[in-house]
Write a protein of this length. Structure first.
Length: 420
């Protein structure tokens, strides 16, 4: 069974900005869960975290040396005792005495400066100090690094290594985070076969499913289901119903264009609500956004580049919204084209490119033929150039906006990155 041939899509054409707004305005961060901080790396904080103490908690030495009373030198002081980190002094330091103190040691009463070992010489119970210490030298005041009740981590922050360390430092061991969105990934198409298979004539290996699974992981989601379905309406209905069962988000590829085997839009309209079915940009015009029950559905186009670019521009920000990120979009930077580019006549186009830093500016080189079937033009790319529609050639040196999708390269990395 097929759908009838149509020459006009019934779906209005949205701009990229309108489509983005439509998606993001329908999504909220997932309800927070509590995790042990040791398991929370990579999650996004759902609460502000305050310090339960001053850091450091008391006046302490920042170096290995001698705790003294600051006064003009040179000095010769009697050494009363040694203090290591964690010990409290049981002596008072006066103008003629000193305490040998290790980094992190609590400053003994009376002392107001520390002189580092390198500036001293100790002999027969006395220490000689050449340069005059000043009040506060190498002394860390309580709360110098963070004050008690100070907010040290804000909601919306992704927990990386410094943040996990901070949670430990302030004793915030049970932490509220937004869960990772549960995502189902479905590839559609009669012609699509498993990567292990030798594709019969006219068939292609399923690259979308595996590229999308990886993209979901990279965007912080967890894949709870994945599969493939032929272009059969009964089977598609069954598989989509199964896929959404356990998922916050369903991502499909293929079956959303104007062909007679493009069955997905009618099915989504039947099972739920389609919010839009066309976006004015290249590659990926037939991108479809729908809701079935509580599951958000992205119907991505079938061509590998179209599906990954639409993921990047629309799905990734959505997955980040569900995770509670404050920053949803990739950084946008201005780059200089290394070569002329032909804009698309009537649509904004995202061209895949390598962006590198060169003499204080960012230079961009598109990755060869920009066909939406040619996955190779995404391999090694770290940017999407936003090329506005137009009839005029953009000459080399033109400045355009780029979405940075990966690390900026150095000038010397160029040959590696575009070895195609
Ligand atoms: P469709 O949008 O379903 O008409 O698909 C357009 C084209 O994308 C197909 O002719 C295939 O060449 C390609 N395609 C669709 N699905 C996949 C997939 N899962 N992996 C690789 N290529 C695909
Ligand atoms: Mg298809």
């Amino acid at each position: 069974m097929t759908v009838p041939i149509r020459t006009h899509s019934p779906y209005p054409m949205l701009t990229v900005a309108e489509a983005t707004h439509e998606i993001l305005s329908r999504l909220e961060p997932l309800a927070p869960v509590t995790l042990d901080f040791r398991d929370a790396a990579g999650y996004v904080l759902a609460e502000d975290v305050t310090s339960d103490c001053d850091l450091p908690p008391a006046r302490r030495s920042g170096v290995d040396g001698y705790a003294v009373v600051a006064r003009p030198g040179p000095l010769r002081l009697r050494v009363l005792q040694e203090l290591t980190a964690g010990q409290a002094a049981d002596v008072q330091v006066g103008p003629d005495t000193a305490v040998r103190i290790m980094t992190g040691g609590l400053l003994p009463p009376g002392a107001d400066a520390v002189v580092m070992f390198e500036d001293t010489r100790e002999q027969d119970g006395y220490v000689e100090i050449r340069a005059a210490p000043r009040i506060g030298d190498h002394v860390q005041a309580p709360g110098l690094d963070a004050k008690r009740d100070q907010v040290v981590l804000r909601a919306g922050l992704r927990l990386g290594s410094p943040e996990i360390g901070m949670l430990a430092a302030v004793g915030h061991t049970r932490v509220q985070v937004h869960p990772r969105p549960r995502v189902a990934v479905l590839a559609t198409g009669d012609e699509v076969v498993e990567p292990d298979a030798e594709p019969p004539v006219g068939c292609v290996r399923d690259s979308n499913r595996y590229a999308q699974i990886t993209a979901v992981h990279e965007a912080g989601g967890q894949v709870v289901w994945s599969g493939h379905c032929p272009d059969d309406p009964v089977e598609l209905r069954r598989v989509v119903s199964e896929a959404i069962g356990s998922a916050d988000v369903l991502i499909t590829s293929g079956g959303v264009s104007m062909g007679t085997r493009d069955l997905l839009k009618p099915l989504l309209a039947e099972l739920g609500e389609i919010h839009f079915g066309r976006v004015s940009f290249k590659p990926g015009k037939p991108l479809t956004f729908a809701t079935i029950g509580t599951t958000t559905v992205f119907g991505l186009p079938g061509f590998p580049v179209s599906s990954l670019v639409t993921f990047e521009v629309f799905v990734r920000p959505a997955l980040r919204r569900l995770q509670g990120f404050r920053r949803l979009h990739r950084p946008r930077v201005t780059v200089e084209l290394e070569h002329p580019i032909h804009p698309s006549r009537n649509r904004l186009e995202y061209q895949r490119a390598v962006v590198r830093s060169q003499y204080g500016r960012l230079a961009a080189t598109a990755t060869g033929r920009q066909s939406s079937s040619r996955l190779l033009n995404m391999v090694g790319a770290n940017g999407l150039l936003e090329i506005p529609s137009g009839d005029e050639l953009l000459p080399a040196g033109s400045r355009v906006t780029a979405l940075l999708t990966g690390e900026i390269l150095d000038a010397v990395d160029l040959d590696d990155a575009t070895g195609q």
